[in-house]
Design a protein around this ligand. Structure first.
Ligand SMILES: Cc1cc2nc3c(=O)[nH]c(=O)nc-3n(C[C@H](O)[C@H](O)[C@H](O)COP(=O)(O)OP(=O)(O)OC[C@H]3O[C@@H](n4cnc5c(N)ncnc54)[C@H](O)[C@@H]3O)c2cc1C
Length: 416
């Protein structure tokens, strides 16, 4: 049976899939958006809400190789491993380590620079005239330092590299940082302001309202699970909760769950895994900050949101099945109290999400299949919110057979 009234189906109703669906709809396609959980219930639900355009350096930085084993030893450290998952994650970690070499690192940085530079303009175009424009504030964000040594090292390595990749920044003293954010502790000695970054006060609401907008404009949302994908001459055959259907074209935007779907369609085993991340949402603390603040030493971010202050971050290698270790979320409270001494004591709610990560820190944005009937848009790691709208535009250009506005070579599936 053909999917009724559909030119293209998008599977995955996270922020990436929604932006793809909206962008395709704006180009005149009849689009059906499919998600087993509903809109915005995956990783896009609880992220830090930071449009982190300054993060143009791949995570596998030169010199990191020798630090990784030590970092993984502390179960409550910023990067942790669930030891039963070690055999499954080892090939990913080996590929990640190979990416710390300067050649792949430089290619990755150039690709991320291109994607991140285009990110906020794409968000503006997507939201323009929708009534949702105010959901994104471009007020900048602060990176803070409590130790002179960390700051000096950051300044002479990372910040210099960011400058080469056209990231705007301004170095501030601790006092200048406190002028901007009076709640910050006197222990903060230095800060870097990234003015061309932004945040949303509720990433879940952003996803939901874009889903509603898509529906108001005639888009169809189906809450079902997709399985048994097979590319055929005129499209893709698939099973939707047990029912066989055919769609002419399909966008795979299933985040951390994309690997088996891509394998069924292409035979390629993409090295996608998940960097699990956590948040602790502190209610009644919304006014304690006005822009996102990250701690360089403690490696987490605090973002002011509508319902309070969101503390988020950390990386845990533990796959898609092991239960969450919410101590990784609750431990963030003590770090926040150290940076914001006036923070009210409140219990907070915890959350864990599955970042979809490839070892080179780049997403897959590509078109495959004998008649190019499959479009891939997954693997946005720590930057899915930031890069969702530009990914949607690139997917639309692929669907329209237009020349993509960015060179897609670094994002192709065949790099693996
Ligand atoms: C703690 C934390 C903080 C973060 N902070 C930021 C930040 O500040 N800025 C930023 O840019 N990024 C941030 N990220 C990363 C960002 O959240 C992700 O990159 C992004 O949400 C990925 O979006 P997605 O649409 O690809 O995946 P998801 O949001 O996970 O959506 C995938 C969807 O696919 C559906 N699905 C999967 N398989 C199937 C199937 N077979 N059939 C039907 N449906 C299926 C799932 O139900 C899910 O809804 C953060 C992540 C974490 C964990």
């Amino acid at each position: 049976m053909q999917m009724p009234d559909t030119d293209i189906s998008v599977v995955g109703g996270g922020i990436v899939g929604i932006c793809c669906a909206l962008s395709l709809q704006q180009a005149g396609f009849k689009v059906c958006l499919i998600d087993r959980e509903g809109i915005g219930e995956g990783c896009s639900r609880g992220n830090a809400g930071h449009f982190a355009t300054e993060q143009v350096l791949p995570l596998a930085t030169p010199g990191l190789l020798w630090k990784i084993p030590g970092m993984l030893m502390d179960p409550l450290g910023p990067v942790a491993i669930r030891w039963p998952y070690l055999p499954q994650i080892t090939p990913w970690l080996l590929r990640f380590m190979l990416n710390t070499r300067s050649k792949p690192f430089n290619i990755g940085a150039q690709a991320l620079e291109a994607l991140n530079t285009a990110s906020l303009p794409a968000w503006k175009r997507l939201l323009n005239g929708t009534g949702e424009e105010n959901q994104i504030k471009i007020d900048g964000s602060l990176l803070t330092f409590e130790q002179d040594a960390t700051f000096q090292q950051y300044r002479h390595t990372t910040l210099e590299k960011l400058g080469h990749h056209n990231v705007k920044s301004e170095i501030l003293s601790g006092d200048q940082a406190r002028d901007l954010e009076p709640g910050l502790s006197s222990t903060i000695r230095h800060a870097v302001m990234f003015p061309d970054t932004g945040h949303t006060a509720n990433p879940y609401r952003l996803a939901k309202s874009l889903g509603e907008l898509f529906q108001r404009q005639g888009g169809r949302i189906i809450q079902k699970e997709i399985s048994n994908l097979k590319a055929v001459q005129n499209g893709i055959n698939l099973t939707l909760n047990g029912q066989q259907v055919q769609t002419p074209r399909l966008v795979i935007a299933t985040g951390a769950w994309s690997k088996p779907l891509v394998h069924q369609l292409t035979g390629i085993s993409v090295p996608l895994d998940t960097e699990r991340g956590y948040h602790l949402m502190l209610p009644n603390s919304a006014t304690s900050l006005s822009i996102p603040v990250t701690s360089a030493e403690r490696r987490f971010i605090m973002t002011p949101m509508n319902e309070g202050l969101r503390l988020a971050g950390t990386v845990e290698f533990g796959g898609l099945k092991l239960p969450a270790n919410m101590r990784r979320a609750t431990m963030l409270a003590s770090h926040a109290h150290a940076l914001l001494p006036g923070l009210e004591d409140s219990a907070g709610t915890t959350w864990m999400g599955f970042r979809p990560s490839l070892p080179d820190s780049l997403p897959v944005i590509d078109q495959v299949g004998t008649s190019n009937q499959i479009i891939l848009a997954f693997g946005h790691q720590h930057l899915g919110l930031t890069q969702a709208a530009v990914t949607g535009e690139l997917v639309r250009q692929l669907a329209l057979k237009e020349k993509p506005s960015l060179d897609l070579t670094p994002f192709r599936l065949n790099r693996f």
